[in-house]
Design a protein around this ligand. Sequence first.
Ligand SMILES: *Cc1c(COP(=O)(O)O)cnc(C)c1O
Length: 399
Amino acid sequence: MSTYKSLLPVDEEGYYGRFGGAYVPEILHSNVENLRKAFYRYVDDDDFKQEFDTLMRDYVGRPSPLYRAGRLSEHYGTNIYLKREDLNHTGAHKINNAIGSALLARRMGKHRIIAETGAGQHGVATATVCALMGLECVVYMGATDVARQQPNVERMKMLGAKVVPVMSGNRTLKDATNEAIRDWCCNPDSFYIIGSTVGPHPYPEMVAHFQSVISSEIRSQLKSQAGCETPDYVVACVGGGSNAAGAFYHFINEPSVRLIAAEAAGLGVDSGQTAATIQAGSEGIIHGARTLVMQTPDGQIEEPYSISAGLDYPGIGPLHAFLARSGRADVLAVTDREALDAAMTLTRLEGIIPALESAHALAVLDRLKFGHDEIVVINVSGRGDKDMNTYMRELKIED
Ligand SMILES: *Cc1c(COP(=O)(O)O)cnc(C)c1O
């Protein structure tokens, strides 16, 4: 008998309030159903859990530190703790899900992995895990992204993945996802690893589960470092929502913990150049789930924009649509400029160069006033190496 019970506000059909579900074409029904069964079968299996935990520790390098940022805390007059997902192998949180999903693929007897990627971060994490486990790896990537994310394309190729440039639509993440789904339709023997808490049920629940290691560690680390398991605030950026889901997971049912999601405003929520899906989007269906979507009044998906490639998605995971609409989470839309400034502040005060995505979460410090005695945990989802070109172009650094 399984003792697994999700701590998420999700029902058996994968609905978070009115969001979620599994809106897939007939041809995908059995793929999704087999995945759902396998996930519930192995999620609580002792061997599975042990293999996952061992790889998290010895391969990814977990637990990632929870670091009390002294100079940053002094600067903002509060207590700031940084959850250092940037120190994971491959430099971000995405490896947590890639490992959990690939272990599940192996249990299901699948040897070919499909993935989509935008900036290339999920593609690199997936290609890494496929090399580790000896699995074939095919990564769909919009041709526009292939051209602008060369270092990650090269990493994937060196790791042995086949990178397929997608020529349809705007040739970015949405188009790559469509192509990955199409591949899965034709190749039901393959396993599709989605890079965020998006897609049809059980993906959002499954990805959040694999990422929940983040908040599980935060609780025990806070207990030993600050004497209490729950902070006053947990802050994370949201693209599709997986690092935020992981950071929020073990606090969702603790009403004293305020959850703050930072979405990418781009040039401004009303500028037409934005990825602030929660504020600028409306209800619709994208990639198999009912959620908030950036769309025209007649339902055409609108191309999102953010300086940060990892936040540049026209949808949002159904969990976050629900947390936002129900008032459980507060959502702030952070502009490119605010994120760049926050990245500079962290770099100069703490010697940590964050990913541009994570910089959106850090920018919340300039928008909200936190009390002297309050504890604020910020999830640093990734490191900034991949963003150095953008930082050099956008920041006026004097020598
Ligand atoms: C991909 C990515 C994100 C956005 O994805 P989520 O699923 O919303 O977490 C955020 N930060 C980094 C470093 C990423 O690579």
